[in-house]
Every structure is written in structure tokens, then in C-alpha cells.
Design a protein around this ligand. Structure first.
Ligand code: PRT
Ligand code: MG
Length: 222
């Protein structure tokens, strides 16, 4: 579906799970409620109570890809995913302030002397390489797709780079936070071409969402 004209629906890409849970009350405040529950329904394209808006449900890390290529006009993605994504084919006009957490380096609570060349397990290989390179620390990055907290326990890595919210997952696995890389929250992103072809409706949506999260309007207007 290519965003071609101003009369087509606006397509918003969201992921299931915590972002969906936090984003739905925000979208509801601007009149967009999915007519199916994605946790129950198998549909990947959801109609909403606004006939001019559809949702597509994709993996969290795929949201920027859908938006960059115009398969979705708008997306909601964690800053962690955007920092890791290799591309800049979208605008990022709004911090929605939802699904907040911190991206951290963590390691064993009882740390022995770390080796010369640290092994760091993470799904954020790009961010991790940049973080340690800026500090001049040599590391070997081990790419994982989940359960990073397991890696130090089984001798796969000396450190992990992962998201931390309450810290309970680290604690339950005998790990502790060591370095704070950045704060994370979910952002609204917008396809560059769609901002031109669906200008009025997308800027209106962004303005309404900005108002509903108490942010100043990024693209002017009331
Ligand atoms: O599941 P899938 O592989 O499809 O994608 P995903 O795991 O990226 O999706 P999801 O829904 O788990 O996370 C989507 C987004 O939510 C992330 O990209 C973040 O922007 C945001 N977010 C906010 C979090 C957390 N908080 C969070 N705590 N994502 C993951 N966690 C995990 C963390 O990885 C760790 O395993 O929760 C655990 C830590 O939580 P605490 O409370 O024990 O510290
Ligand atoms: Mg997950």
C-alpha cells in the first residue's frame, strides 16, 4: 500500500506488546480505536473507529522499515529501535513518552577482574559498538535476539547491553546495571513522502497526539 493521495487512509505501524498497550490509550484520545484486539485477532491490518486510519501490526524492530519504505505512513517505535536502525528515511516529530526504560550496560553483581577484551552480548550491536568505541574500549560484540540476561550466566559474555525498567530481571539473574547509555521512550515517526501527499491529515494527527501527551506542537499550528 503506497501512500499516494490525501484521500487514502493513514496507515500507522505499531508492534504488539508493551508499545501497543501504552499507545492505544493515546490513539483513543484522538479518536482512533482498533476494531479488533491484535492480541486475540490474527489480522495484521486492523480497521479503526476512524475510517481514515488503519493500523498494521509488525515486529517492534520492523516499524522503521515499514515507515521508511512508505508501507506505513506513520509508526510508533522505541528510541532503542530507532538508534539501532540503519537509515534515516523518516521524520521523528514527537516523543510520546510511553514504554519508558533505560538502555544499560550490565554485568555480574559479583564481578571478578574483567578480561582485556570484553565480550558483550546484545541485540543492539550498532549502539554497543558505538558506545564502547567512543570510550576507547575494545569489545567483542555477540549478537543475540533475546534473553540477553542469560549470556553472562553461562559464560557467553562478560557484559550485556539491554533495556532496564524496574531492574528486577537483572537482579533475578545476579546482574547489576553498570553504565547508563540512554533513556528510552517511544517516538512517533513519519514517512517523508507521506508528509507531503497526506500533509493535512498527518500534521493534524501529529498535532492532536502532541496535545494529548502535553508536548508542544512540532510542526507549528495550534
Ligand atoms: O518481542 P519482539 O522480539 O517482537 O520485539 P521486542 O521484544 O522488541 O518487543 P517488546 O514489546 O518486548 O518491546 C518493545 C519496546 O518496548 C522496546 O523496543 C522498548 O522501546 C520498549 N520497552 C520499554 C521495553 C522495556 N521497557 C523492557 N523493560 N522493552 C523490553 N523490556 C525488557 C528488557 O529487554 C528486559 O528483558 O524487559 C526486561 C527488563 O525489565 P525490568 O522491569 O525487569 O527491568
Ligand atoms: Mg519482546
Amino acid at each position: 500500500m503506497n501512500p499516494a493521495s490525501d484521500s487514502e487512509a493513514i496507515v500507522i505501524a505499531v508492534s504488539k506488546g508493551r508499545i501497543f498497550k501504552d499507545a492505544m490509550p493515546l490513539l483513543a484520545r484522538v479518536g482512533v480505536r482498533p476494531t479488533d484486539d491484535p492480541e486475540v485477532s490474527r489480522k495484521l491490518i486492523l480497521d479503526t473507529t476512524d475510517p481514515g486510519v488503519k493500523l498494521v501490526v509488525v515486529r517492534a524492530s520492523d516499524v522503521p522499515t515499514y515507515v521508511e519504505y512508505g508501507a506505513a505512513d506513520v509508526g510508533i517505535a522505541g528510541k532503542d529501535v530507532l538508534l539501532e536502525y540503519d537509515g534515516d528515511g523518516y521524520y521523528e516529530p514527537l516523543d510520546l513518552g510511553i514504554a519508558r526504560c533505560r538502555l544499560m550496560v550490565a554485568g555480574p553483581a559479583a564481578d571478578c577482574m574483567p578480561p582485556n577484551r570484553l565480550r558483550v552480548a546484545t541485540k543492539y550491536a550498532g549502539i554497543t559498538r558505538r558506545w564502547f568505541a567512543e570510550k576507547g574500549v575494545q569489545v567483542e560484540v555477540i549478537k543475540l535476539y533475546g534473553s540477553m540476561e542469560l549470556a553472562p550466566l553461562v559464560g557467553l559474555a562478560d557484559r550485556i547491553v539491554d533495556l532496564v525498567d524496574t531492574g528486577n530481571t537483572l537482579k533475578a539473574n545476579g546482574l547489576r546495571p553498570l553504565e547508563h547509555i540512554c533513556d528510552v521512550s517511544s517516538r512517533l515517526i513519519v514517512n517523508k513522502a507521506a508528509l507531503k501527499t497526506k500533509h493535512l491529515r498527518i500534521t493534524a494527527l501529529v498535532r492532536q497526539l502532541a496535545a494529548s501527551v502535553g508536548a508542544s506542537s512540532p510542526w507549528g499550528g495550534a
